[in-house]
Write a protein that binds this ligand. Structure first.
Ligand code: AMP
Ligand code: ZN
Ligand code: FE
Ligand code: FE
Length: 285
């Protein structure tokens, strides 16, 4: 059989993507992928639908989730959880806590935008999100549609990004809590897009990863749409040094990140072996 490719990091309308779980899976097949993992922010609400469609189109599917952990500004630490058990009580309580954190934050963003003269309501934002997980890309999409900005990127730069006037942090788990809860939910924790940690040098990056390994980290995302060859190399070396699984994905969000194509991460494709090794580790748990 010829080599096939996978995508282990993508978002649907269950969080801040613009394609439904079914549409993401259909696009995966059309893109020639043999497997995907859905990794919506703070929810697995899209997983059942995606799994059902994956059976219809006969590609392999792994449930996932993406969680933001506490980490010093200006960096961000995102942890992917693969193979979480949808029936896990820990997972249920985890997603409820994370969504409550968003429910506290989002009205503050909207109030600040109103103060800045931007006409937008929480109702519009909830309608845009269409589900429980309301994220900044939903707000950005509305600002774009209403003509306050000329792109989603500009909405972040002008209003929503860290350091911009309408930025508010959401309550996060500590890395320890994030890793423990993913494991207690039956999943394996993987560090996403390490470039976004914005570490100052390789020594600092190594220490951050080592601390996560000590807390139970199982893998590191090597290929990602933000990872240039230098970061791919750094992550491969860390995977080798700490005996971590290697993963990769596009971080597809549909038109909320229009520059990203499902199935490619900065021109790289993710080998099927990454999926097989990840699934083998999940099932050994
Ligand atoms: P939230 O879940 O509300 O914190 O929003 C997170 C989403 O916003 C993720 O998909 C991020 O990749 C995206 N995001 C964060 N910062 C930026 C930025 N400066 N430009 C574009 N997208 C961003
Ligand atoms: Zn997102
Ligand atoms: Fe992320
Ligand atoms: Fe993501």
């Amino acid at each position: 059989m010829s080599e096939t490719f996978v995508d282990l990091h993508c978002h649907s309308t269950a969080s801040d993507g613009t394609l439904s779980p079914t549409e993401v899976v259909q696009l995966a097949t059309r893109s020639g992928l043999s497997a995907i993992a859905l990794t919506d922010h703070d929810t697995i609400a899209g997983v059942a639908e995606a799994a059902a469609e994956a059976r219809v189109v006969a590609i392999d599917f792994l449930p996932g989730i993406e969680i933001s952990a506490e980490y010093p500004h200006p960096g961000t630490m995102h942890i992917l959880g693969y193979g979480v058990d949808p029936d896990s009580a820990t997972l249920k309580s985890l997603t409820n806590t994370l969504i409550a954190g968003r429910d506290n934050r989002n009205p503050r963003i909207i109030a600040k935008l109103n103060e800045l003269g931007v006409k937008i309501t929480m109702d519009e934002v909830e309608k845009e999100a269409g589900g429980q997980v309301v994220g900044r890309p939903h707000i950005a999409a509305i600002l774009h549609r209403k003509g306050y900005v000329s792109s989603i990127k500009e909405a972040f730069n002008k209003y929503l990004a860290q350091g911009a006037p309408a930025y508010f942090d959401k309550e996060r788990l500590t890395p320890r809590q994030a890793l423990e809860m993913i494991r207690q939910s039956g999943g394996l924790p993987v560090l996403a897009h390490a470039i976004q940690l914005r570490t100052d040098n390789d020594g600092q990056l190594d220490r951050v990863v080592k601390d996560l390994v000590d807390l139970g980290l199982a893998g590191i995302e090597v290929f990602h749409s933000d990872h240039n060859p230098e970061w791919i190399d750094k992550c491969e070396k860390l995977a080798k040094k700490y005996n971590l699984l290697k993963t990769g994905g596009s971080d597809f969000h549909g038109t909320n990140k229009a520059h990203i194509t499902l199935g490619t991460a900065r021109g790289h494709r993710v080998p099927r072996a990454y999926y097989d090794e990840l699934v083998a580790s999940v099932s050994r748990r």
